[in-house]
Design a protein around this ligand. Structure first.
Ligand SMILES: Nc1ncnc2c1ncn2[C@@H]1O[C@H](COP(=O)(O)OP(=O)(O)OP(=O)(O)O)[C@@H](O)[C@H]1O
Length: 552
């Protein structure tokens, strides 16, 4: 069963692939040489030639040792090939997955993606490292054995050739059916992974809604669907194996019958009879190996369509301006940059499939020196505007410029309403945007109003933060995210409702910090709390896709 994407992946490493195939072919040749040596030793025993028996036995032992060495080298080459392909496919799949478009892709489920990136990519290893070299081995060694048998006994050769063809083509229909059912199996597996991940993430909400039994029931149903899909695949697999085995056994029995007929008729010397018997079995060895490796690589094979959809087999796409990747790259060692004016002109945007524009012909100017705030009813398009500024969405019309040139994602630092922290220490989380000295960390955390609390933790900046930052309060996460954004030293700072998780005192401190920060950069804040806007000179009201009043 040929999967073009996986062949192309293996072909990207021609030297490793060729080395693996060469070693596997040499291993096959040692089996053939051993068959010849065994036939010779048995015929020597029959003829009572003790010297020949000893030489043949020494040869058999020598060949077995050589094969051991070759097998070890082949296993290592195969593992190298599988590992390289896995790494390349996973790297490309991750690049394709970690793009800003995913933020707005309502069909994407993290659990499905995790299954594809994890088990799916691991699964293709067996297909690439074992199955592909086994195909090459079959094509190289089977014709040699069949030709040898034809030379020894045309009837035995024909029986074996027919058996090989039958063993390869006979189970094709079942293989195709197994591949189809395998796709259903993979879909069930992905769905279960996605549901499981979402249930774990939403456990607290599910508990408070009293939906834990319901969730358990849904997961049970998914699990049952996966069990049924697995059984269906196994049934077809069993039928496919039975057809292969039948063809193999029939070929060996027919060739043996031909050899026995020769022996009975006294047409051939004993060594030829033994050779026919042994080579008939050897001819089917690559077929049996191929069938075994096909089953081992089956999971990876079924993951291919999902990985393909993800873009794992596409050439690396050029990262368009505005993609999140470019916001991360190129900012390893940030240096302080200044900008005077962010200007938005004639901006228009509509979500795919939505009946109306979210933003229409929007003009906006925000300047360094004083804080700008955007307010507006829920659904007015404030977050959409931020996503357009960040390059997560592409506008249908209009321009976004910083000091007269197009705004780049790397110009912007952002503090979202629900900031994401990563597993690691507070220091790791602060240093995500680039290396920072202790003094810089202290200054940023002081400005964000979180320094005293960090110093109060037993390990200070080296305190571990749990995954998604759940070991910190909402307000602490928000202020840590503000410190992180300040450390990015970008000329534009976007802040989405920075005080939503803070009490009045802390909220006032953060707004004071933002006023201070706005002296060196353009700062735009989304706000829902009127009391935080008293000191803000430029309040921009977003209404039905327009701004009521833009900053002067
Ligand atoms: N991915 C999406 N696909 C389609 N429509 C969307 C999508 N995201 C948002 N919208 C719609 O776009 C409009 C603006 O949403 P947006 O999130 O920008 O509003 P907002 O002003 O930030 O609201 P809030 O103050 O409640 O956060 C809403 O009508 C929303 O339903």
């Amino acid at each position: 069963m040929i999967v073009p994407q996986l062949w192309r992946e293996a072909a990207r490493f021609p030297a490793t692939l060729a080395w693996s195939v060469t070693l596997l072919t040499l291993v096959s040749l040692t089996h053939l040489a051993q068959a010849v040596a065994i036939a010779w030793s048995m015929s020597a025993v029959l003829r009572g030639q003790a010297h020949d028996v000893l030489v043949a036995l020494a040869l058999i032992v020598g060949i077995a040792l050589l094969r051991l060495v070759l097998c070890l080298a082949q296993a290592s080459a195969a593992a190298r090939l599988g590992g390289r392909v896995r790494q390349a496919v996973r790297r490309r799949a991750m690049r394709a997955a970690l793009v800003s478009e995913r933020l707005h892709d309502t069909a994407a489920r993290d659990g499905s993606m995790r299954a594809s990136l994890g088990d799916g990519v691991d699964g293709i290893d067996a297909y690439v490292s074992k199955y592909l070299p086994a195909v090459a081995q079959l094509l190289l060694t089977c014709p040699i054995v069949v030709a040898g048998l034809l030379a020894l006994s045309p009837s035995a050769g024909l029986c074996v050739a027919a058996g090989v063809v039958l063993a390869l083509l006979g189970p094709m229909a079942w293989k195709r059916m197994a591949a189809r059912r395998g796709l259903d199996h993979w879909d069930s597996y992905e769905a279960l992974s996605a549901d499981l991940l979402e249930s774990l993430r939403g456990m607290a909400t599910l508990r408070t809604l009293g939906d834990v039994p319901g969730t358990r029931g849904r997961l049970d149903a998914r699990s049952e669907a996966l069990r049924r899909a697995t059984e269906r695949v196994m049934r077809v697999s069993l039928a496919e194996t039975a057809v292969t085995d039948l063809a193999v056994q029939a070929g060996v029995v027919a060739a043996s019958a031909a050899a026995i007929a020769h022996a009975v008729a006294g047409q051939a010397p004993s060594i030829e009879v033994y050779l026919i018997l042994l080579l008939a079995s050897e001819a089917f060895r690559p077929v049996r190996d191929l069938s075994r490796h096909w089953h081992a690589g089956f999971l990876g094979l079924t993951a291919v369509p999902g990985l393909d959809r993800l873009g794992a087999f596409a050439e690396q796409r050029a990262t368009a301006p505005g993609h999140a990747a470019s916001a991360v790259e190129g900012d390893r060692a940030p240096t302080e940059r200044r900008a005077e004016e962010l200007r938005v002109t004639g901006l228009g945007f509509r979500y795919p499939g939505a009946p109306d524009d979210v933003l229409r012909d929007l003009d906006l100017t925000a300047r360094r020196g004083s804080l700008s705030a955007i307010v507006g009813a829920s659904g007015a398009g404030k977050s959409t505007l931020f996503d357009l500024l960040l390059g997560f969405l592409t506008p249908h019309s209009g321009r976004i410029e910083l000091d007269g040139r197009p705004l780049r994602p790397s110009d912007i630092a952002v503090v979202s309403q629900r900031p994401v922290l990563f597993a690691g220490t507070i220091r790791d989380n602060l240093a995500v945007t680039g290396p920072a000295t202790e003094a810089e960390l202290v200054a940023a955390c002081h400005a964000a109003g979180i320094l005293d609390e960090i110093r109060g933790f037993p390990n200070g900046f080296d305190t571990e933060v749990t995954e998604a930052g759940t070991s910190l309060s909402g307000g602490q996460r928000q202020r840590l995210a503000l410190a992180r954004a300040l450390l990015a030293r970008r000329p534009v700072l976007l802040v989405d409702e920075p005080t939503s998780a803070l009490d009045a005192g802390r909220a006032a401190n953060v707004i004071e910090t933002l006023h201070r920060v706005a002296r060196d950069r353009v700062v735009i804040m989304i706000s829902h709390r009127p009391e935080t806007l008293t000191e803000v000179a430029h309040v921009l009201r977003l209404d039905s896709g327009h701004l009521d009043r833009s900053a002067p």
